[in-house]
Design a protein around this ligand. Sequence first.
Ligand code: ATP
Ligand code: MG
Length: 382
Amino acid sequence: MVTINKLTKRKKSSVDIPSHTRETTKKKSLKRGIEVPEANLIVLKAIGFPFRLRGDPKPTGLEIDNEKIFSDYAREQWMGSSVHLGAFLFDRYIMPDYAFEIVEVHPEHSVITENTQIQLSSISDSETVSPQRLITLEDVIGHEPMKQKCRLILEYLRHPAQFGEWAPRAILFHGPPGTGKTLTARAVASEADARIFLARASDLIGVHVGDGGRRITSLFDDARKHAPSIIFIDELDAIGLARSYQSIRGDVSEVVTALLGELDQTTEESGVVVIAATNALPLIDPAIQTRFDTVFEFSLPTPKERLEILKLYTKRLPLKLEADLQDIVDRTEGLSGRDLRDRILKESLHLAISEGSSSISKDIVRRVLNTIKTKDTPDYTV
Ligand SMILES: Nc1ncnc2c1ncn2[C@@H]1O[C@H](COP(=O)(O)OP(=O)(O)OP(=O)(O)O)[C@@H](O)[C@H]1O
Ligand SMILES: [Mg+2]
């Protein structure tokens, strides 16, 4: 425990801005005589500047060359600040007003002291958090064998020891756009007790030569450090390009090489499961494809699944839908789950709202369906 009025060692800012504008949580720490626990560990995520002039380049992330020096530097300038999850700390010296978000703090609502260890999350521009609404595998319609495999992965992450050398390591989702690949990975992420590292492949490429390789390495390093954990790489085709395409996108070949190396190191002992998704399997380097021990194809929904998807999202519509769902199913062959939700239900809702209707009538749905090109695009009548 730390008594706040003893904390005097705080450097003054080089620019004299009132300190309450700088740390969102500092007010509390100034209450004299209050006992607050010491922060043992804080993990920061680099966010960026509060604003920039239009047209100025946006910083693309930070590199830490020496973690110990960074921890000392950060502790020194924020000593005495009270911290909690989601609060922001602003740098004062190297990049004044550059913001860091607190993404981990032990214990919650504590104070930075000389004993606090401060780390920077090395995949600062990827998400490491679970999605806002708790999505579960129950929200994914169809794809039963794949959901079963995902449950097995969840089991492995809970009890890695019981799997030994038979641990699941890398799983690849592929199939047409809008069939639920990202949804499924997010469901696994929100159901798992493990730490999740969500990275969009395009974010991993980086701006400068060498960035991409380094980002992949630090992503996997981080995941191994926090094992058991899941790495989810969405839109894998952006980095896992087959060699014939790498001549067009020269910058990705170093990334492919780094990814191959890391996938090889993801052994059963590492406690890391990699999930990757793509809607362009033929573009993926075959060497990368073979590193995945399970490959799942997400196909377009069957009529029965289309009905279930429509039922699921109709329940969430703010207006009553008067059209018969089976009629919609019969007219939507070849459409994906995303099409059903966004191009049929959402469009119908928007039309109803803009026409001032209090419900979504059959006529509105008919008009929306007539604008959609399905396999045989007949005129829709309900
Ligand atoms: N099988 C499904 N069950 C329930 N909802 C679905 C299903 N498939 C798609 N959806 C809905 O469509 C949305 C988009 O799906 P998702 O982002 O998972 O597609 P994707 O397969 O990752 O597509 P892409 O290849 O374009 O990235 C989901 O958020 C969900 O609302
Ligand atoms: Mg996706």
